[in-house]
Design a protein around this ligand. Sequence first.
Ligand SMILES: [Zn+2]
Length: 153
Amino acid sequence: MPSCEMCGKQDKLFRTLVEGAEMTLCKDCSRFGKTLAAPRIVIKKEVLKTKQETKYEPIEVIVLNYGQLIKEKREKMGLNQEEFSAKMNEKESLIHKIEAGKHEPTIELARKLENFLNIKLIETSEEESVMPAKRSGPVTIGDVISIKTRKSR
Ligand SMILES: [Zn+2]
């Protein structure tokens, strides 16, 4: 615990200007100078700010029906899977799996597909919408870990 630079008392301390020098003093000693600020309050504010920024950080996720959307638009454009995968410079087997909904494309690939097909595959969502929606019941520690893992991608 920090102590007063003048009397050594361990107490709530204040940054105090004493004859032009800045000192960290207890409440009693700070009366001898000009109090600038209480250091602890400054630290608390910084912590709060960081927490808030993390909470509202948006994350990008692939829409649930990506396979259907891609397939429908590709067929509208008159391309078969082989022609389409060649244009995308991707393996036909990968496109097949994506359209079947068996393989979620990466954000990079989804962007490429979005641009080519002129459809929307990526949505930006905040922390809340990543919660598992299919089941009910309380959130377990396992759920929290998976949310954190997904967020950090
Ligand atoms: Zn003191």
